[in-house]
Design a protein around this ligand. Structure first.
Ligand code: ZN
Length: 353
């Protein structure tokens, strides 16, 4: 073997839309809690994904798509409450996946995929996912992890990594990534705010952690010779996926009746799910009450899965979430309420009339 037997790593560079600021009146504690669960989807949401069929440079053979399909299946197999469905119409898709070779692998983070932009892709795979099948699957699971709202684990401020910064800039500036210093900083060296990571411990085996070659990490000393995550979903990846997206079923879904307010006594980040079977066809209004920040959505239950009818987000603003919709007797609906912040616990309620 030659001395220089390093395989140049290709890395994922996440994309961010403009950061959202909070109004002057929003307290530090409220902003902290909002950031912690920001970008996570409402649990129970059906995320529809679609592969580009044109232009040619964004398309790929089925073998590539199958890796991505299988990776969605692995996340779902954890038993999470999110659903993934492949659709064949672009207009129906939340997640739009391309395979532009040489453009890097990346995704937006969580609900940021819904931000409108000139570039319609929300996820790209910039190298073959089948050349090294294990690496390919890890890449697909990593990008899907971003789409579910998980950031880079090596940027966890609790990691305490001391980088050899000039070596990192040099390594990423060269083949095959050719990153600018800004991209390297944003995706490796910059530490994520402590309130936007999961928990307070570093998990070097997370699927959201990059592998690093020797010479890039100075401390902890045991990683000077390089760091390679175990591959696949770590125990903590599984735990956090299930914490944000626990299984939803009959047992966890309460009934909602018109004019009966239901107190929501749960912690920030938690979600309540209600089933509503309207007795009459008419317009209904759903609302939350109290000094709280919630994201609320109304889904219709259908044989082929749920279909979102409306969604309202009152996080960081002085009003309450509210949905008005004409609902039909004989159909069933699901109301989902995710609490992001409450001034006083148990002082939030939801009602339909
Ligand atoms: Zn990434």
């Amino acid at each position: 073997m030659a001395d220089d037997n390093r395989v140049p790593r290709r890395y994922c560079a996440v994309r961010y839309p403009k950061r959202r600021g909070f109004a002057a009146g929003v307290s530090a504690e409220r902003a902290r809690l909002l950031r912690q669960s920001a970008n996570k989807w409402l649990n129970g949401t059906t995320l529809r994904y679609w592969f580009f069929d044109k232009p040619k440079r964004w398309t790929a053979a089925d073998a590539q798509k199958n890796v991505v399909r299988e990776a969605f299946g692995k996340w779902k197999a954890l038993g999470i409450g999110l659903e993934f469905t492949e659709v064949d119409k672009r207009a129906e898709a939340d997640i739009r996946i391309a395979f532009e070779q040489g453009d890097g692998s990346w995704s937006y983070i969580g609900t940021d995929v819904r931000t409108r932009r000139a570039d319609p892709r929300t996820m790209n795979f910039g190298w073959s996912l089948t050349g090294d099948p294990v690496e390919g699957m890890n890449t697909a699971m990593h990008e899907i992890g971003h789409t579910l709202g998980f950031p880079h684990e090596h940027q966890n401020p609790f990691a305490g990594i001391v980088w050899n910064e000039s070596a990192v800039y040099a390594a990423l500036g060269g083949r095959p990534n050719h990153w600018s210093r800004a991209t390297t900083y944003r995706n490796i060296l910059e530490r994520i705010a402590p309130d936007s990571v999961q928990g307070s411990r570093w998990d070097p085996d997370s699927v959201m952690h990059y592998p690093f070659e020797a010479g890039l990490i100075e401390k902890p000393a045991r990683y000077r010779a390089g760091l390679t995550p175990a591959g696949g979903l770590s125990a903590r990846d599984r735990a956090w996926a299930l914490a944000f997206y626990p299984a939803i079923g009959e047992a966890t879904t309460r009934r909602l009746e018109p004019f009966q307010s239901v107190a929501l006594a749960f912690a920030p980040g938690q979600q309540a799910d209600f089933r509503f079977d309207p007795a009459r066809t008419r317009e209904y209004e759903f609302r939350t009450f109290g000094a709280s920040d919630t994201v609320m959505a109304l889904d219709e239950m259908r044989a082929a899965g749920t279909r979102r009818i409306a969604e309202d987000d009152d996080t960081g603003v002085e009003r309450n979430a509210r949905i008005k919709a004409r609902l039909r007797a004989g159909r069933s609906y699901l109301l989902r309420v995710r609490l992001h912040y409450a001034q006083a616990s148990g002082r939030t309620a939801v009602m339909v009339w």
